[in-house]
Each structure stands twice: as structure tokens, then as C-alpha cells.
Design a protein around this ligand. Structure first.
Ligand SMILES: [Zn+2]
Length: 253
């Protein structure tokens, strides 16, 4: 996706079963979020003659960090940004960060948000709107928030995940949401089992089916959109939230 108003562009590279590696590009530089695997990312960067200057890691799962070592072989000076709490599980860190840290990388002002729940430590990266980056704020939220869904709980608690989703929901509504998996269509189908007559969810599903049938990604979404279609964001309290998570976990769609 190229935004003509500025010199940045963001590309979503589908890899593995349903992972998306997001790549921010400025001039001849690139910043990669959660490289699941090295090869397709490396090839894409080479094809565009780009220099990888950094990698942002959201959490330690292999389908998010698996490509980092390989990319470092080609670009040994790339900054590796990840959680200080996960120094052991996320290797090669050059910039170890914690909640609320702010960093400047490739001209982007990035704010670190701790959004645990899917894993005991999980970071989201929020890039404020900047004149020369994007007119919208950007959120790279890994496996915490998905379009029409949220991450499964592997290590964290339902309280943590609830708090994390609430925190992300406090960001500006214009925020573009870049999730790490293409789960939108399946999430919307599940949401319709709970709210079959919901107009917003039904119309979003039609839109997403169209995009997917053309081979396009359903993402990014926006917080404004998620407030309409995401039952986890719409949940009134933690009981409702926990109940939805349980239902989703046992759904075989
Ligand atoms: Zn994960």
C-alpha cells in the first residue's frame, strides 16, 4: 500500500499458513515487523534494493521471530527491538524495551505498549501520525488484537488480555491496525454465530470475502472499524469478554 501523501509505504507479505510480515519502507530503507521466515522477506527486500535497518518483534513465538537470524546474516547491522523481559526467548536483541518506551527508528516515533495475555509478555508498537510518515497513527499489534477477534491465551491470563484490548481501544479511532495473521474472514464467521443479525459484521464479511477472493489482504483494519465489528472490543465487561474467548476457543469453523 503506497500513501502518496508521504514518502513511506507499508507492504504486507503473506507467509506460512496465514502470517503477515509487515514491512515499512522509506526511500531505500526498510523496517520489518515479526519476520516469521527469512527467505521471502529477504527476496522481497533484495528485489526492491532495500537495506533492512530494523526488526520489531512483538513476542517470542516462532512464527514471529523465526526469520530474524536469517535476515541478520544479510543485514548484520539491523536493530532488533524486543521485550527486555524476553531476553532469553527472543535472541539477537540490540534494543531491549519495556512498556511506554519510545524510540526513533527510520524516522518513525515508535511507542512501546505492553499488551500481555496471548503470551506473558507481548509488545505492540504504536507509531504516531507524523507529517512525513502517515496521516494515520499505525499500530502493529502482533497476536493481541485481530480484526474481529483477539489472540488466544497461551501463557497470560484473561484479565491481562482484557486489559490489553482495553488499552489498545484507547488509541485514536483513526489508528490503522496491522495484525500479524489473516484471520479476519474466519473471525467474522464466528462473530455471526454469536450475533447473526449484526449489520456491521455482515457487511464487513461481504467486503472481506471480496478482497480475499481477489487475493488481497483484509488488513489493515482501523480502530473505528473494530469498534463496530469486534465483539471482544464491544464486550461490556470482563465476564462477557471471558465468555466470548471461551466460545471462540471451542469453535470449529
Ligand atoms: Zn503468537
Amino acid at each position: 500500500m503506497y500513501n502518496e501523501k508521504n514518502c513511506y509505504s507499508i507492504h504486507g507479505l503473506p507467509v506460512l499458513q496465514d502470517n503477515i510480515v509487515w514491512i515499512l519502507v522509506r526511500a531505500n530503507e526498510a523496517l520489518v515487523v515479526d519476520p516469521s521466515v527469512a527467505k521471502p522477506v529477504e527476496e522481497w527486500l533484495h528485489r526492491k534494493n532495500l537495506n533492512l535497518i530494523g526488526i520489531l518483534q512483538t513476542h517470542h513465538h516462532e512464527d514471529h521471530i523465526g526469520g530474524t537470524e536469517g535476515l541478520l546474516n544479510s543485514w548484520p547491522n539491523a536493530e532488533i527491538v524486543a521485550s527486555k523481559t524476553d531476553l532469553k526467548r527472543i535472541p539477537f536483541q540490540t534494543k531491549s524495551v519495556v512498556d511506554m518506551d519510545e524510540l526513533l527508528i527510520m524516522g518513525c516515533h515508535v511507542k512501546v505498549l505492553e499488551v500481555a495475555g496471548h503470551t506473558s509478555t507481548h509488545l505492540a508498537y504504536f507509531i504516531q501520525s507524523q507529517k512525513d510518515v502517515s496521516s494515520n497513527p499505525l499500530l502493529f499489534c502482533g497476536d493481541t488484537l485481530f480484526s474481529a477477534g483477539c489472540g488466544r491465551i497461551f501463557e497470560g491470563t484473561i484479565e491481562q488480555l482484557y486489559k490489553s484490548i482495553q488499552l489498545l481501544n484507547e488509541l485514536p479511532k483513526e489508528t490503522k491496525v496491522y495484525c500479524a495473521h489473516e484471520y479476519t474472514e474466519s473471525n467474522l464467521r464466528w462473530a455471526l454465530t454469536i450475533k447473526p443479525n449484526d449489520k456491521s459484521i455482515n457487511s464487513r464479511l461481504i467486503e472481506v470475502e471480496k478482497r480475499r477472493s481477489k487475493g488481497l489482504l483484509s488488513l489493515p483494519s482501523s480502530l473505528e472499524e473494530e469498534r463496530k465489528i469486534n465483539l471482544f472490543i464491544r464486550a461490556k465487561n470482563i465476564e462477557e469478554f471471558a465468555n466470548l474467548r471461551l466460545k471462540k476457543d471451542s469453535w470449529r469453523g
